[in-house]
Design a protein around this ligand. Structure first.
Ligand SMILES: Cc1cc2nc3c(=O)[nH]c(=O)nc-3n(C[C@H](O)[C@H](O)[C@H](O)COP(=O)(O)OP(=O)(O)OC[C@H]3O[C@@H](n4cnc5c(N)ncnc54)[C@H](O)[C@@H]3O)c2cc1C
Length: 523
């Protein structure tokens, strides 16, 4: 059996035993909160085992990197489970054959070899695609390098808003409608095309272009899951055409992970609803034409929440105030952040802001369904974020491979040293692993959206952690220059930090999304 396959079998079996034992301990997930550390560790180990499985689909020319990645992940699973193994009655040892395959995969010589190859290729790692997807990727890459790259540093350093021209050009090229069905004005190219597009844009800039598709994508998926036919026909073509930009507003100053506790209220009035309350961290809320807003229409808990499409005027600054003829007001102020600049994330205050009845997602039947629709949207958003993470990782690998090839110390390029090659090898292997699970989740989402939700959450969990790790490692390999604003690696580090925070902050995503799904009784 090839090494990667041996590792996959052993790691998969260990993760399965851990999941089964954790399911018993938590009584099929009913007692997750009594065993949080166990569930978080098991969920993460199961995610890593899934990544190893998905590495089987890596193109043949990446086989050596895939084996390194699989070996490192299998070793990590054992380490991750060690503190909870006694509680689960688990032994974490692999059999001798698997141990030997893991040892060979993470051996310094093996990793240095792939690192040297990555340096020689200046970090440009391919991933063979079919003709249509290959064309999508190369077209987006050309667009990103021509239209976005020249603005990326300036937008980041001066915290400027994404230029309208980028939005207009992306709209013309159809980037906002990639996964929207054709009958609603989209291109229906599928989720992998959407992920690849996002990846190429994020490789150049996470905030100036890479994140623009996220919000339309989340709202489109929520509408497809629960909008009325009229709403789909009204909003989806406009979203797909980039005619309207959307923001997503769930988080509040006192409500983050516990989404069911959202307090901002919507009260019925003549012909619609009046929104009153505070929201937090609403990205792109200034420039957006509409906000997909989760508000309370009923009693406490998830069942009292409803999703609205709220119109608002465009504003281009860091602060805004709007008033409606009927007396409603909306104010917004952006919070300063070290990275993810260009879209700005706003605290919002609504006071009796009117929303027409037709903009309650799902119509009357949508009252109390907002939580479920928002979650459907987030599953797609997480997949989109996988593309964002992969783009940033690719950028960091390229920047670092070029830097270590050119920088000399002690009389030799630093890329000639074994330790540097080893680190580059790890970075490249992690990139292949992040792509493997992200692309698999995209394919699964095309086949069965509901079933894909857990895989998309696993992919988001993993790829975002890799983005943080690889950008930081890249920064270290740049030495002091990695901390200088003139080198883009410092921007990649600042941008990557946000990825494990939104769409389910890392511990909650592992515990309450992936963990909960894994602990549920098997059908
Ligand atoms: C730049 C940026 C942009 C954003 N954009 C948007 C946006 O466009 N729209 C939007 O709605 N939101 C947005 N968010 C908000 C983001 O989704 C939230 O920050 C995130 O969901 C976490 O919520 P919180 O910050 O309130 O953290 P909290 O929920 O307070 O969690 C903080 C920490 O507490 C711990 N914790 C919480 N609950 C538990 C528990 N039950 N068990 C164990 N540990 C727990 C975890 O370690 C967690 O990391 C954005 C955030 C940022 C930083």
């Amino acid at each position: 059996m090839p090494e990667r396959r041996l590792i996959e079998t052993a790691a998969g079996a260990l993760a399965e035993r851990a999941v089964a034992a954790a399911r018993g301990l938590t009584r099929d997930g009913h007692a997750i909160d009594d065993h949080q550390v166990v569930v978080e560790r098991v969920a993460y180990a199961a995610t890593e085992a899934r990544v190893i499985g998905e590495l089987a689909a890596a193109p043949a020319e990446l086989a050596a990197l895939a084996t390194c990645a699989a070996a490192e992940l299998a070793a990590a699973i054992r380490y991750r489970l060690a503190p909870v193994a006694p509680l689960l009655g688990l032994t974490t040892a692999y059999d001798a054959e698997a141990e030997a395959a893991i040892a060979a995969g993470i051996a310094p010589a093996a990793v240095e070899r792939v690192g040297a190859a990555a340096i020689a290729a200046r970090g440009r790692l391919g991933w063979a695609l079919d003709e249509m997807l290959g064309e999508v990727r190369s077209n987006v890459r050309a667009f990103a390098e021509r239209e976005v790259a020249p603005h990326a540093e300036r937008i980041h350093r001066h915290d400027e808003l994404v230029p309208e021209r980028i939005i207009e050009e992306m709209a013309k090229l159809g980037y906002f409608g990639l996964s929207v069905p054709e009958r609603y004005g989209g291109h229906e190219l599928g989720n992998l095309a959407m992920v690849l597009t996002t990846e190429e844009l994020s490789r150049v800039s996470l905030a100036a272009a890479g994140s623009l598709i996220t919000r339309p994508e989340i709202l489109a998926k929520a509408l497809l899951a629960g909008g009325t036919e009229d709403q789909k026909q009204t909003w989806l073509p406009r979203l797909a055409a980039g005619e309207i930009m959307a923001a997503i507003s769930v988080t509040e100053p006192n409500t983050g992970s516990d989404v069911a506790a959202v307090a901002c209220r919507a009260e019925p009035t003549d012909g619609g609803w009046l929104i009153s309350g505070q929201k937090a961290w609403c990205t792109f809320a200034g420039r957006a034409d509409v906000i997909a807003l989760l508000a309370r229409t009923g009693a406490g808990g998830a069942k009292g929440l409803t999703l609205f499409i709220v119109d608002k005027p465009r504003f281009l600054g860091h602060e805004f105030a709007a008033a409606q003829p009927g007396g409603g007001t909306l104010t917004g102020k952006a919070d300063r952040t070290p990275g993810y600049r260009g879209m700005h994330s706003f605290g919002l205050a609504f006071d009796r802001w009117f929303v027409p009845a037709a903009q309650l997602v799902g119509g009357d039947a949508g009252i109390g369904r907002g939580f479920a629709l928002q979650m459907a949207g987030f599953a797609a958003g997480r997949l989109q974020t996988c593309g964002r993470a992969c783009g940033l990782i690719q950028a960091a690998v390229e920047a670092t491979a070029s830097y270590v090839a050119e920088r000399s110390q002690f009389g030799r390029p630093i890329g000639d040293y074994g330790l540097t090659r080893y680190q580059l090898g790890r970075m490249a292997a992690r990139l292949v692993a992040a792509r493997a699970i992200s692309y698999a989740a995209a394919g699964e989402m095309d086949r069965d959206e509901r079933a894909a939700a857990t895989l998309a959450a696993m992919a988001k969990l993993f790829a975002c952690d890799v983005a943080v790790e690889v950008t930081q490692l890249g920064q270290l390999l740049h030495g002091g220059w990695g901390y200088a604003e003139d080198y883009p690696i410092s921007r990649y580090v600042a941008d990557a930090q946000v990825l494990p925070i939104f769409e389910g902050v890392r511990p909650i995503l592992a515990l309450k999304v992936v963990g909960r799904a894994l602990m549920a009784p098997r059908g």
